[in-house]
Design a protein around this ligand. Structure first.
Ligand code: RTP
Ligand code: MG
Length: 143
């Protein structure tokens, strides 16, 4: 077990449903501390850059359109095994396959509008953190 940091994004569908607080509560109860946060309405270029790894996939255009359809809430989470812990709390990409009690099972409606993003590796967590936050926006606990 190691203390890690990961990126979480509450996507436009979940922000629009006013469940930011309920999702934050799951992070906090799950041992993940919010050490940076910002709300942002992503531009097309922001979303295309963020999901560049998927640019050849058939769903890329729809994904970019969805991610720019309203504001998102972006946070850095810190805790034991934060990358895998966050993905455990999120549940499977397709909410129809997500375990009961996960964020996607409870708040997502489809594979295209699935409530949250989480970094899929420690390496990508660092890349995604640098994509959205400057060093002085990250605020580890002092007490
Ligand atoms: P995310 O990156 O958003 O955390 O989701 P993920 O790791 O669980 O899934 P990923 O494979 O990285 O896909 C990114 C997003 O693209 C949409 N997607 N649609 N229609 C499809 O087959 C399909 N596959 C993926 C999803 O919205 C997914 O979250
Ligand atoms: Mg992914």
């Amino acid at each position: 077990m190691a203390i890690e940091r990961t990126i979480s994004i509450i996507k436009p569908d979940a922000v629009g449903k006013d469940v930011i607080g309920e999702i934050y509560s799951r992070f906090e109860k799950g041992g993940l501390k919010i050490i940076a946060a910002k709300m942002k309405h992503l531009s097309k270029a922001d979303a295309e850059g963020f999901y560049a790894v998927h640019k050849e996939r058939p769903f890329f255009g729809d994904l970019v359109e969805f991610m720019t359809s309203g504001p998102v809430m972006i946070q850095v989470l810190e805790g034991e095994d934060a990358v895998s812990k966050n993905r455990e709390l999120m549940g499977a990409t397709n909410p129809a396959e997500a375990d009961a009690g996960t964020i996607r099972a409870d708040f997502a409606q489809s594979i295209d509008e699935n409530a949250v993003h989480g970094s899929d590796s420690l390496e990508n967590a660092q890349i995604e953190t640098d994509y959205f936050f400057s060093a002085d926006e990250i605020c580890p606990r002092t007490r």
